[in-house]
Design a protein. Structure first.
Length: 182
């Protein structure tokens, strides 16, 4: 069985190989290392690159008084990339990625809001890692206690577990080839 790091790296290599031209939104303030040729004023080509320093969750963990599951920290702390559109058992999923250190800080703020919402609703704490392509109220999330990957509607508990681990779930995904690879 592959480690999570190997699973992430394999998926990124497969995405790059199968989708040779990838587009993402251009955010001038980020000066992201993934940015390539401009398509128009709001869109650029992108190429994944390893994070020189992994995104750190330490300050957020201290503020929320919790420890994030290692798979969450590994997943968001390995690559800078545009979001990945994947096929999971015939269903399109957008796997969220961070494009730069600044984008990582934005992600951490969003995760903080998500955790606080879960606490207010007295639900198990999860961290979102993706969205349903057909309905962006459907979140792909990791259960912070178990590391299980599942689906949940915004504001609801995970209603379906897809895999016991992120490495297992990633192994069941393939790059979704479409006319617009955002």
């Amino acid at each position: 069985m592959k480690t999570l790091e190997e699973s992430i790296d394999t998926l990124m290599a497969s995405y790059e190989e199968n989708i040779p031209v990838r587009h993402t939104e251009y955010v001038e303030e980020w000066a992201s290392p993934i940015y390539g040729a401009a398509i128009d004023e709001d869109t650029v080509e992108w190429t994944p690159c390893r994070q020189p320093e992994p995104l750190t969750f330490e300050d957020l963990e201290g503020a929320l008084e919790l420890t994030f599951h290692d798979s969450i920290k590994t997943f968001f702390g390995r690559w800078y990339a545009g979001d990945l559109v994947l096929d999971y058992q015939g269903h399109p999923i957008t796997l969220l990625q961070i494009q730069s250190a600044e984008d990582g800080e934005r992600l951490l703020a969003n995760i903080a809001g998500h955790i606080l919402m879960k606490r207010r609703l007295k639900q198990p704490e999860t961290v979102f890692i993706g969205l349903g392509v057909e309905n962006d109220d459907l979140l792909l999330s990791i259960d912070n206690q178990s590391g299980a990957v599942g689906l949940e509607w915004v504001g609801k508990e995970q209603h379906e577990v897809l895999a016991d681990s992120l490495a297992t779930w990633l192994g069941q995904c393939e790059p979704k080839i479409s006319e617009n690879s955002d």
